[in-house]
Design a protein around this ligand. Structure first.
Ligand SMILES: Nc1ncnc2c1ncn2[C@@H]1O[C@H](COP(=O)(O)OP(=O)(O)OP(=O)(O)O)[C@@H](O)[C@H]1O
Ligand SMILES: [Mg+2]
Length: 113
């Protein structure tokens, strides 16, 4: 099992959600976050001398899926969330040891479908 964590532009979330639903991804966690990348939050040409780190609003989407779905999900995120400009976001992939559905006690694959 893997966790796909995507930090994306907030305005791309709605479409991403729809696309993920189309391929059967239902369980996910979404958070409103703030962050910066290699431009330190600067969106365009910077005038003046003081460089200040700015935090920009982003949406973090986390989903735990069977490993075989990761490539497809990454592709969907790239297609949906890219405007080909700085700040489009980032995807992190984690290995997940286990998952348990609290109601039934099911674990592993059974807990995430
Ligand atoms: N190394 C990182 N660790 C954790 N979060 C990160 C990291 N890099 C980026 N992020 C998160 O992703 C968001 C979007 O990053 P962003 O797309 O600006 O990355 P970038 O590396 O600057 O790439 P680009 O040059 O395309 O802008 C940031 O606001 C931050 O929340
Ligand atoms: Mg950036």
């Amino acid at each position: 099992m893997k966790k796909v964590e995507a930090i994306i532009r907030p305005e791309t979330f709605r479409t991403l959600r729809e696309k993920l639903e189309e391929v059967g991804i239902n369980g996910l966690t979404v958070s409103e976050v703030a962050g910066c990348g290699q431009q330190k939050g600067q969106q365009g040409l910077f005038r003046g001398n003081t460089f200040e780190i700015k935090l920009l609003p982003k949406v973090k989407v986390e989903m735990v899926v069977e490993s075989e779905y990761v490539d497809e999900i990454v592709q969907i995120i790239q297609e949906t969330c890219s405007s080909n400009t700085v700040g489009d976001g980032k995807i992190f992939i984690y290995t997940i040891e286990d998952a348990i559905r609290i109601r039934t006690g099911e674990s592993g694959k059974l807990a995430i479908i």
